[in-house]
Design a protein around this ligand. Sequence first.
Ligand code: BES
Ligand code: MN
Ligand code: ZN
Length: 501
Amino acid sequence: MNTNLSFSVASQVETDCLVVVVLDQSEKGQGGKDKPAPVVVASDGAVRDAAKDVIATGEVTGKIFETTLLHRPAGLKAKRLLLLGGGKAKTFSAAELLKLAGAAVRTLKSKSIRSFAFALPETGVAAPDGVRAIVEGGFVGNFDPDYYKSDRKDQKIDAVTIVAKGDQKALEDALQTGRTIGESQNFTRDLVNEPSNRMTPTILGERAKKMAAEVGLNCEVHGADKLKELKMGAFWGVAQGSDEPPALIILRYEPEGAAKDVHLGLVGKGITFDTGGISIKPADGMEKMKYDMAGGATMIGVMRAIALLKPKVRVTAIILATENMPSGKAQKPGDVQIAMSGKSIEIINTDAEGRLVLADGLCYARQLGCTHLVDAATLTGAVVVALGYVNVGVFANDNPMYERFAKANQQAGEQMWRLPLDDDYKENIKSSIADIANAGPRHGGAINAAMFLKEFAEDTPWIHLDIAGTAWMEENKPWIAKGPSGVALRSLVEFVQGWSA
Ligand code: BES
Ligand code: MN
Ligand code: ZN
């Protein structure tokens, strides 16, 4: 998708469709319902005039994602005018704008329109932030997961023009940043969308390598021999049951002028298919377990964005990719594995495999000298019970690290919620024969899993993101298709940039 800026007045832009945001300026009185007070957010009077009649009918309210399409709008050079509801004026922010851009793309492409112009709303959001949000949202909205449909319509928006005012250089930089992040998020979604027969650990490694070569990152992919050499007994315990070789994917970003004392480690769960292993999952819904590599794909996408945005901070990503399969070679409940850190783990449930591969990933990141760790994983069904399909579960063993992450997350506008890690929960993952058990009782399941990981982060500041409920959209939304969401990528990129020297 081409993206460009226009500094013309909106009414003079020649386009198939001009999109303008309509906000509702009404404020609810005490307990009462307010009449909507829709306002077209455009400094150009000709645009407001073109919308005047339809606004006067009362059919436009400004409700979020409401669409009103006018053809041959009077006084405008655009062929159409799309009035796009942006919700309450009071709470309007870049996060809403990103979604509105996605909604504009999805609405217009479904009408076979290929290009449009989006008038940057001059309210509530600084111009560069607004441009960036529109570009990111536009890319997110343009992605559809129906790859393997013979009748794939492949309706795509080819070009978006953002009609803006402000410093040209600042807005062009913002546009470029938005493009990098939007494309990286779609790169991640693309990996996650592939079924497991087309996204084996080997293929994931190849895709990482190809991307790394394109953006100038260092990438190594290792197989089973390296796992054994590194004594990654927890990772290998999962991988040993599969005929597909595992892949230990390492991406390195080492810029000139980076701070000497910071080295970020990004660790991703890359289970390309999770059958549960010998503790096999029920057939119903098992097909979804192709997205169990979303955490790994997220970290690969983050590294792509970082390589292009070039913050001055050292970052290493480690992706633990394998299938979790039942077989004659598979690990069994009751088995004991020795993790890379030396800790012994009793395998209570072979379906709690994510924490096993991450245990060795976190340990390896520390061995490589990472000073701060973040992992992302579709780790537990229990996080879906706790937070639904809305919020990512966030865990942290260090408050300053959490504060930094929360700030980045706030900036990125992704929904996340912190969950606790009190020592009391350690009870739940006690083993009678080994140092630790890989699974505990059902209650507090997402926390139990995080408590397990905490043992392997040891004293290194660490954040854990459980994206099991959020990495896959269960339904189409106006701004994003059903399927892989690419969640957490934007927060993580923001977080990494926050460390730039
Ligand atoms: N990959 C699953 C978690 C999951 C569940 C992701 C639903 C996405 C949607 C993970 O490996 C798993 O199976 N976890 C078990 C852990 C249990 C056996 C302690 C779970 O959550 O049931
Ligand atoms: Mn599992
Ligand atoms: Zn899993």
